[in-house]
Every structure is written in C-alpha cells, then in structure tokens.
Design a protein around this ligand. Sequence first.
Ligand code: NAP
Length: 307
Amino acid sequence: MEEIEKLIIIGSGPAGLSAAIYAARGELKPLIIAGNTPGGQPTLATDIDDYPGFPDGINAPDLAHLFWKQAERFNTRFINEEVESVDFTKSPFLINTKTKKLKALSVIIATGSSPLWLGLPQEKQLIGRGVSACAVCDGPFFKGKKVVIVGGGDTALKESIYLSKIASEVTVIHRRDELRAQELLQQQAKAKDNIKFILNAGVEEILGEQKVTGLKIKDNQTGKTSEIEADGIFIAIGHKPATGFLKDQVDLDKHGFVVKTNETETSVKGVFVAGDVADPRYRQIVTAVGSGAKAALDVEQYLDTLD
Ligand code: NAP
C-alpha cells in the first residue's frame, strides 16, 4: 500500500528540529526533508551567547548538532535532499524531492531565511570578525565601540536603536536621501544622541584584514569617497526567505515570507509554518524553536480532527 506520512517537516534548522522533537514525542513519526544546509542557519554562524541553558555561550554549529541529535533520539527520520516542488491543492499533500515523491496528511514549512549581503570582497571573510547581519546576536560584542549599520528599513533602524544602548557611536548608512523605515522608528532613532545618519551613500569597501577597522563609502550624488572608522558593520538590507518552491501553493507576502493566518497556520488547512520563513521581525534561534514547538502541537490537534 502507498505510504502516507502523518507529518512532513520541510527544513532542518532550529524551527524544523524543534517541531520534530515535539511531533516525534507525540507519536507523529515525523519525516524531515533536511535541505542543503542540514541544521540550518546556525551551522553557518559562529558563537551564540543568547540561547538559554548555555551560560558560557555555545558554538553555533554545536548547538545545531545538539538539536539534530535530540530529534534523532525520538526517531525522527531524515532525508538529506531539497524539496523541488509541492502540491498543496489536495490532501494528502505531495512533496517532491529530486529522487522521491512523498505524501503527507500535514506539513510544517520551516525552511528559514538568509540575510542579503552587499557582495563586497571582504564581507564574507570578516563575518564574525566585525561583519554581522544580526544586531541582537552580535551587538553585545561591540560594547563601547563604533559600529555602522547599512540599510534604511525597519530592521536597520530597530537595530540602530538596539545598538545605541551598547555601542559608543552608531552610524546608519543608507543609499537614498529618504529612509524606508516607519515614521515612529525614524523618530526614535533620530532622537538618540549617539546615532547619526549618512544618507545617499553606499559602502565601497570594508577595511581590515583580520578584523573590521573601518569602511570606505561613496557619496551617491557627488561620487566622492571617504573613509570612516568602525569596529563593526551590521548589514540590514533585508532577508530572503527560502520559499521559491511554494509559489502559488500558499500565500506569500511581497518579500516572499509565508503569510500566517493564525499563530502557525497558513492559507492552506493542514500546512503549518514555523521559524524565520514566516518571521521578518525576530529571527532568533529561541523564537524559531518556540514556533516549531507550537507548529507541532497545532499539527497534533489538526490530525485529531481528521479522524
Ligand atoms: P526592507 O524593508 O526590504 O529594507 C531594506 C533596506 O535596505 C532598504 O532601506 C533598502 O534601500 C536597503 N537596501 C536593499 N538592498 C541594498 C543594497 N544592495 N545596498 C544598500 N542598501 C540596500 O528590509 P527589512 O528592514 O529587513 O524589513 C523587511 C520586512 O520586515 C519589512 O516589511 C519590515 O516592515 C518588516 N520588519 C518589521 C519590523 C517591526 O518591528 N515591525 C522589524 C523589522 C522588519 P531602499 O530603501 O533604497 O530600497
């Protein structure tokens, strides 16, 4: 007889693995399609100082490994492939990888998102050595130091306000003469003495060999370049959710994030969502883990209604 899974979880980051731990303990026998970054974003990060339970901090890939091992302990099954397409128009839902055609009564989408980068030569090399895409994660390493934030949206301004409480000086660099962020955040950021703005400017170069020492910036109107000193540079130019395979299957917002109709529900009954793929705002491991647990509990309740 054809196999129909009770639950397929797409994605193996903190949200997907947390959903698996809860679902497996609830006897749903979850199957994870792990994708091409097993363990998710933390496997690409450095140190984590804000995940509760590790008072001395923990190496990010080690934390991802612990999540994975815990999901395995409760008999989660894994397929180390990417999902290529889905059909959520009828139940059971169809999920296709390169080599498998799978069917499931319920799905949790937990494919995450990844930060957009400027594409400068030194940028990736200096991640963890002054370059970051997450102020809440890395800001505390810049106590009393000078930092720069690139971007003019809600994230950039929220992060500038957050960093202004830690760093001695925060400079927001934005490519246009007008900020994109909501008015309230603009007012709050402008009211801070140690936040300054450089508008109409782009980053030409990140300076520093072993760690960030400053930036070369270019005035977009005059073409003039100048250098500024900085210990840290936070890139806040948006995130790209991994939802290409979901187009026309569930509702996505204009940035491509999955639209939640309730805490963990999507526009399709039986398809749930957890973690950064539906969260442009918090993007923390601890919030992803929490939403994964909620999604698994909601799936359990949903499957009960099918009986
Ligand atoms: P965003 O709204 O897309 O803003 C990205 C910013 O980066 C824009 O100012 C953009 O400039 C700039 N940018 C993009 N590409 C760039 C490049 N290559 N070089 C230099 N600058 C570049 O992204 P976001 O701020 O991460 O927000 C994403 C969504 O989450 C938004 O809907 C936002 O409202 C929401 N959000 C909400 C909250 C909240 O507290 N409610 C917090 C964070 C995010 P331009 O303006 O010139 O395009």
